[in-house]
Design a protein around this ligand. Structure first.
Ligand SMILES: Cc1cc2nc3c(=O)[nH]c(=O)nc-3n(C[C@H](O)[C@H](O)[C@H](O)COP(=O)(O)O)c2cc1C
Length: 208
């Protein structure tokens, strides 16, 4: 498993599993290093976009890495009435605190009916209400994957337009079609894709 490999790689570093029952993800603490936050644009517990982020995590070296699952940071559906009535949900506040504490981001989105999944759009809408430029000019690499031949490309293009509104500096985008042909048993098996993603991650890291 990639996560096992990741744990072995981090033997000399501080490694924490995500806290709380049924929570997914991990945090590799490397004091004084720049911090990368990864999350999928999906709330599915079997999300292939989450699996993609897990598979590419060994490509991110010498940086503190946090991988979270959006399913652990879900808020009530955004509405102006809801906001006036109850204020900002705790999950959105927690997500904003994580964003504030990180220097760069990798988001991999799913696609629902040629658009962004509601879970991602909702999370971003709440964040935008807390702070319009919540990503504060920090660099972001945008990915997407699906089992289809388009690799959730339409959702990715929506995200590419949307993210700069939130202050994100989009430094790369890549849709990955036919997920199961690219990732097997948690590992990236497509070597040319691996090289390409290594390059994209290098570009992201060069921005911080
Ligand atoms: C409501 C719904 C709509 C979908 N629409 C699309 C679509 O427009 N394009 C696409 O490539 N896949 C679509 N799919 C299939 C998703 O690509 C598939 O569920 C994928 O696993 C989602 O990524 P995730 O596992 O990270 O959530 C749809 C799935 C659902 C449940």
């Amino acid at each position: 498993m990639v996560q096992d490999a990741r744990e072995a790689w981090c033997k000399l570093k501080f490694y924490k599993k995500a806290k709380g029952p049924n929570k997914s993800g991990f945090l590799i603490e490397c004091p004084n290093m720049k911090k990368i936050l990864c999350f999928p644009g999906s709330n599915s517990s079997t999300s292939i976009n989450y699996q993609l982020l897990l598979a590419i995590s060994p490509l991110i070296n010498d940086r503190e890495l946090t991988l979270i699952h959006l399913k652990d940071y879900q808020s009530v559906l955004y509405g102006i009435d809801e906001e006036k009535k109850t204020g900002f949900p705790n999950a959105s506040i927690a997500l904003k605190e994580l964003i504030d504490a990180h220097d760069a981001f990798i988001i991999s989105t799913a696609e629902h009916n040629s658009g962004l999944p509601v879970a991602l759009k909702n999370a971003l809408d709440w964040l935008s209400r807390m702070e319009r430029k919540v990503f504060a000019d920090k660099p972001v690499l945008l990915l997407s994957t699906s089992e289809g031949r388009r690799g959730a490309m339409t959702a990715l293009s929506h995200l590419e337009v949307f993210m700069p509104r939130l202050g994100a500096k989009v430094v790369g985008i890549r849709s990955i079609p036919e997920f199961s042909k690219k990732v097997e048993a948690g590992k990236l098996i497509d070597q040319s894709l691996k090289l390409e993603l290594e390059q994209s991650i290098k570009s992201l890291l060069s921005e911080i």
